[in-house]
Design a protein around this ligand. Structure first.
Ligand code: G16
Length: 545
């Protein structure tokens, strides 16, 4: 077996976004493209030499090819051992769990998350560090700089590894161990929740339950946890076979991309509890009979009820949410007298707070919630937490739990409007228009509410002092309302403009379910300030969550 140094051009635009490098499959298929990026990671992560690397992905098209290439490069770059999920499969939270449990020095997670897959779809790669979480900005920036100067990558010639066969084999001196992708993760979750109580809940004839794996990575995880360990009927886990193209779907668990589940639970009231996860298993959508739980509310409810789950029975140290996430968790934190942090969008910003023990739970409006059990967001964890909650509050429903929550803490009406695949220049123009208006906004009114502050969000990490600027434009009406505008860092086509709207209603008598109507003044104000629809010629958002 010989090691080769192969010349490669440095590719434009290998800048990791909100969550790793995401591009079209066809971009990754260019000779040397994947290799250059992986070599840049290895060059910037010398800690991997002589240590263990975790490798796996969401099973999308190009996953297996990428794994074979990375294994040969890992052998050439002095890595001692690679743990690979069987079939190349590892959900993002499972990858985090495996890194932590096996004290790996890092991991490469192959996924473009909720973006569509297949030959014309998307692919992605993300480097996670030894704490199991996404590499912080300083590391991703270093990787990006390295991609701009790289001239060659190292690789060995070796036969492909049989990824379907559990066990160990060698590539040169490096050991490749194919592991069961579910074992470590299932064991971890088994220690956090009251499985007996959940089993009893799922056994009830009057409890109608469905989990939609969206033909993505959570299928095997949901089968093990929900069906084998918790006794749910096999038919309650749908679309459970991971497919390379997710069956042609868009594996994003929200009312728009999981319309059948949404209809069954929310519109038709046929299910008491329904949930879905995304391409790589880190997102979750929680639905009840007649109600969709916003991710912001979900985090708030879980924080308020955390002690009902055995893993959190001693209470939580603090919570964190990304800036565009509604301030519902803040209200709970105030009541619990614990710290609440507001971070930029991106799970990597929670890492330091989790490592320092400052927070136990964290979440984002983008259907992500998790805790300190891993360093990624975790879709099935949220599902089990909600099931544990329902089991611990007999006689209550998802809706009644939410209503009781709003009665106590007030309701944060919330919605996100996405304009996808917008011309990048037009998106920038619209945001620049709002940015230019920011200094003059305080004192003006939105539908009777006075604007108290308007700025471009900047964050100083309370643990290591690092600063992140330009994280989203905010227009704030005290505790009453907020409007936020930013560009997505995960899209692969043009630009995706995200507008976020939040309005607080304390009075339970006025908490009717008319979300978009309530938010209309904020929506109109956003258009007036950005000119987004006028500039882009779009009549309406592509996705409303
Ligand atoms: C990723 C990140 C999340 C982020 C989300 C949306 O999620 O891990 O932290 O909230 O993207 O980011 P953006 O608004 O920049 O598109 P995932 O599930 O895609 O990995």
């Amino acid at each position: 077996m010989s090691m080769r140094e192969v010349a490669t051009p440095s590719f434009e635009g290998q800048k990791p976004g909100t969550s790793g490098l995401r591009k079209k499959v066809t971009v990754f298929q260019q000779p040397g493209y994947l290799e250059s990026f992986v070599q840049a990671v290895f060059d910037c992560a010398p800690e991997l030499q002589g240590g263990t690397l975790v490798l796996g992905g969401d099973g999308r098209f190009f996953n297996r090819n990428a794994i074979q290439t990375i294994l040969r490069m890992a052998a050439a770059n002095g890595i001692d051992r690679v743990l690979v999920g069987q079939g190349g499969i590892l959900s993002t939270p499972a990858a985090s769990a495996v890194i932590r449990r096996h004290r790996a020095r890092g991991g490469l997670v192959l996924s473009a998350s909720h973006n569509p897959g297949g030959p014309d779809g998307d692919f992605g790669i993300k480097y996670n560090i030894a704490n199991g979480g996404p590499a912080p900005e300083a590391v991703t920036e270093a990787i990006y700089r390295r991609t701009q100067t790289i001239r060659q990558y190292r690789i060995v010639d070796a036969d492909p590894v049989d990824l379907d066969q559990i066990g160990s084999r060698k590539i040169g001196t490096m050991t490749v161990t194919v592991i069961d992708p579910v074992d470590d993760y299932a064991m971890l979750l088994g220690g956090l929740f009251d499985f007996d109580a959940i089993r009893a809940l799922l056994a009830r004839k009057d409890f109608r339950f469905r989990f939609d794996a969206m033909h993505a990575v959570t299928g095997p995880y949901a089968r093990r946890l929900l069906v084998e360990m918790l006794g749910a009927p096999a038919s309650s886990v749908v679309n459970a076979v991971p497919l390379e193209d997710f069956g042609g779907g868009h594996p994003d668990p929200n009312p728009v991309y999981a319309p059948e589940l949404y209809k069954a639970a929310v519109l038709d009231g046929e299910l008491d509890f329904a949930a879905a996860s995304d391409g790589d298993g880190d997102r979750n959508m929680i639905l009840g009979k007649g109600i969709a739980v916003t991710p912001s509310d979900s985090l708030a409810v879980l924080a308020a009820n955390a002690t009902l789950a055995p893993g959190y029975a001693r209470g939580i140290s603090g919570v964190a949410r990304s800036m565009p996430t509604s301030r519902a968790p803040d209200a709970v934190a105030r009541a619990l007298k614990i710290e609440c942090f507001e971070t930029p969008t991106g799970w990597k910003f929670f890492g330091n707070l989790l490592d320092a023990g400052r927070i136990t739970l964290c979440g984002e409006e983008s259907y992500g919630t998790s805790s300190d059990h891993v360093r990624e967001k975790d879709g099935l964890w949220a599902v089990l937490f909600w099931l544990n909650l329902l089991a611990a509050r007999p006689g209550e429903t998802v809706l009644s739990i939410l209503q009781a929550h709003w009665k106590r803490y007030g309701r944060h009406y919330y919605s996100r409007h996405d304009y996808e695949a917008v011309d990048a220049g037009q998106a920038t123009e619209a945001l620049n228009q709002l940015r230019a208006a920011l200094p003059a906004l305080p004192g003006q009114k939105i539908g009777g509410l006075v604007i108290t502050a308007a700025d471009d969000f900047a964050y100083r990490d309370p643990v290591d002092g690092s600063e992140s600027k330009g994280q989203g434009l905010r227009v704030i009406c005290g505790e009453q309302a907020r409007l936020i505008a930013r560009l997505s860092g995960t899209g692969t086509e043009g630009a995706t403009v995200r507008l976020y709207f939040e309005l607080y209603e304390a009075d339970p008598a006025k908490q009717a379910d008319d979300v978009q109507t309530r938010l209309q003044p904020l929506i109109d104000f956003a258009e007036a300030q950005t000119g987004l629809r006028k500039i882009t010629g779009r009549a309406a958002p592509d996705v409303i969550t």
